[in-house]
Design a protein around this ligand. Structure first.
Ligand code: FBP
Length: 565
């Protein structure tokens, strides 16, 4: 019988029977889902025996250290922490810990929670784990459930965030910090674990600073989540969910490639999620070998215009047509248009206008755009214009998932090929098919890698909280080695910070890790892409495997970045 407790939002227990069953019923699970429930999760060996925490040297910031030091007077300079074997276990404590899922779904989130839960069961018997419902708003409104073994069980090794659900709210105003502090006091919390991406971990750091400045005992630890793969640094080699999401997309791309080759009549323009960074697109290219792959960071470095990008795709299509191939597959990162300097300028002018609520129905707001920007805006298809004007997300980002770049490029390539036809430079057939692979990859069953990585991140977060740490992001390293040899510790969140302009103001943010053009994954791709463009070197990786020789394979990006071929 489950003993989960539901709060009515004021910290009081609601209803007569505070014991709702888990939100999931395993009676309707598929065989594969069921088989994953009892999949034994390996732990790094340092977490299996008594350990102590060793601190590194004082840390700095990813950029503008003086500004960051002013914004985080209590936390700035904190050293990183590493767990090392020790003769004595930490003293057992009865801890009250809250956990929250923040931002977009990423496969493995449930395992982070299971990891924290199991840590408390194994090392701090009698502790309580509160799951804040619906993201950071759950902290502000004190909406939670008390997690129990029965409640958690159906979510073990399962995709999704539905155990406690997620949200994109930010805790940023003084009133919201007050509400969060009130919750921490009401529940007598020793700690909160924030499972989120760059923005959510920025928020975790602000919360840790705020609690410290109020002398609250509540500590805050972050966990690196995002399929986008852009929350990483030396100590945090990857964010969870990236491995699984890329494998899911790569399977779908492989299928589309075989379809393209079978009919011989379509160019598939596949836009892939990933927000600003092109890591997912790059990884999928390495897994499947498409004919064209656009990498936003390269487009930016080469200062390419929309016309350059269109010409590049049209050139490949013409060459292939000469060889008798009127089909192909083109990968486009979700954030592409944000990387084209002229569009970037347009977006930043639009951001300022939208931040000041200056959009009128008569279109007078357009006068605020500079002349060249206005010309570009007027050139864009109306659907794209409308998508660029959509409300920003709560962090001030353009909602790139809603901009249909793949459709825009099909239109532009079609027009370009029409011109070439008239000039006698092309006589093939072009038919574009658009795809957006995004949400399909966020809630799949986590790969073996993500399952184990998430569990270690959560278990490690528990260890950091028991050791009294705050303002750190749970960090599991040495990931190319067997799980037993993974390192476990925490990295100062302020060391990942820089300042950026958002909503027209400077704010602290965790610096996004973009695709490095000098990095091993991009270099490998660049050395092979010409061959893939002309000759068909398609690879169809098939579905994620949970057993057998390839089941523990890790994505190319991580291995190449770790120096493993
Ligand atoms: P996070 O950065 O919160 O992990 O979100 C990742 C992401 O999946 C992006 O790839 C995508 O652009 C965005 O979320 C979509 O947001 P939403 O779920 O709000 O539509």
């Amino acid at each position: 019988m489950a003993t989960a407790v539901v709060s009515n939002g004021n910290g009081h227990i609601a209803g007569k029977n505070p014991t709702p069953a888990s939100g999931r019923s395993i009676s309707v699970y598929s065989e594969v889902q069921t088989s994953r429930l009892d999949h034994a999760l390996p732990l790094p060996s340092v977490l299996k025996k008594p350990f102590k925490v060793v601190e590194g040297p004082p840390s700095s910031a990813a950029g503008n250290p003086d500004e960051i030091a002013k914004l985080f007077p209590c936390l700035f300079g904190r050293p990183s922490a590493a767990l090392v074997p020790h003769s004595e276990p930490l003293p057992v404590q009865n801890l009250k810990i809250g956990v929250v899922l923040s931002g977009g779904q990423a496969p493995g989130g449930h395992n982070v929670i299971s990891g924290i839960f199991d840590y408390l069961q194994d090392h701090c018997k009698g502790s309580t784990l509160f799951g804040f419902r619906g993201g950071p708003a759950g902290i502000m409104r004190c909406k939670y459930i008390v997690l129990t073994p029965e409640y958690i069980y159906p979510y073990r090794n399962q995709g999704g965030f539905d155990m406690i659900r997620s949200g994109r709210d930010k805790i940023e105003t003084p009133e919201q910090f007050d509400q969060a502090a009130e919750t921490a006091k009401t529940l007598d919390l020793d700690g909160i674990v924030v499972i989120g991406g760059d923005d959510s971990n920025t928020n975790a750091c602000l919360l840790a600073e705020n609690f410290r400045s109020r002398n609250l005992k509540t500590r805050v630890i972050g966990c690196p989540k995002t399929i986008d793969g852009d929350l990483k640094c030396k100590e945090v080699p990857t964010s969870f969910g990236f491995d699984t999401a890329c494998k899911i997309y790569a399977e779908m791309i492989g299928n589309v490639m075989i379809d393209a080759r079978s009919t011989g009549k379509y160019y598939h323009f596949v836009r892939l999620m990933g927000r600003a960074a092109s890591h997912i697109t790059l990884e999928c290219a390495l897994q499947t070998h498409p004919n064209v792959t656009l990498i936003g960071e390269e487009v930016f470095a080469k200062k390419e215009t929309l016309k350059n990008v269109t010409d590049h795709i049209a050139d490949v299509i013409c060459k292939r047509s000469g060889l008798g191939y009127n089909y192909g597959v083109i990968l486009i990162p979700e954030g592409l248009i944000d990387f084209i300097p002229e569009v970037q300028q347009l977006i930043s002018e639009l951001n300022e206008i939208l931040a000041h609520d200056a959009v009128d129905d008569a279109g007078l707001w357009k006068r605020k755009l500079n002349e060249q920007t206005l010309q570009l805006f007027d050139l864009l298809p109306q659907a794209i214009q409308e998508q660029l004007m959509l409300e920003r997300d709560p962090h001030g980002n353009v909602q790139v998932a809603k901009i249909e770049t793949e459709k825009m490029l099909i239109q532009m390539v079609e027009t370009e090929l029409e011109h070439r036809k008239q000039n006698g430079a092309y006589n093939g057939q072009f038919k574009g098919q658009s795809h957006f692979f995004g949400y399909e990859g966020r809630c799949g069953l986590p790969s073996n890698f993500d399952s184990a990585y998430c569990y270690a991140l959560g278990y490690g977060a528990g260890a950091l909280l028991q050791s009294g740490k705050t303002g750190l992001i749970s960090s599991v390293g040495n990931l190319a080695a067997p799980v037993a040899d993974w390192s476990v510790g925490g990295t100062a969140l302020t060391s990942l910070m820089d300042v950026e302009r958002r909503h027209g103001k400077f704010k602290p943010v965790i610096k996004k890790a973009m695709v490095e053009l000098q990095g091993a994954p991009f270099k490998k791709f660049a050395s092979m892409r010409e061959e893939w463009a002309i000759n068909n070197r398609y690879i169809s990786p098939g579905p994620i495997q949970f057993h057998g020789p390839v089941s523990d394979q890790v994505n190319h990006t991580l291995l190449l970045e770790l120096g493993e071929a």
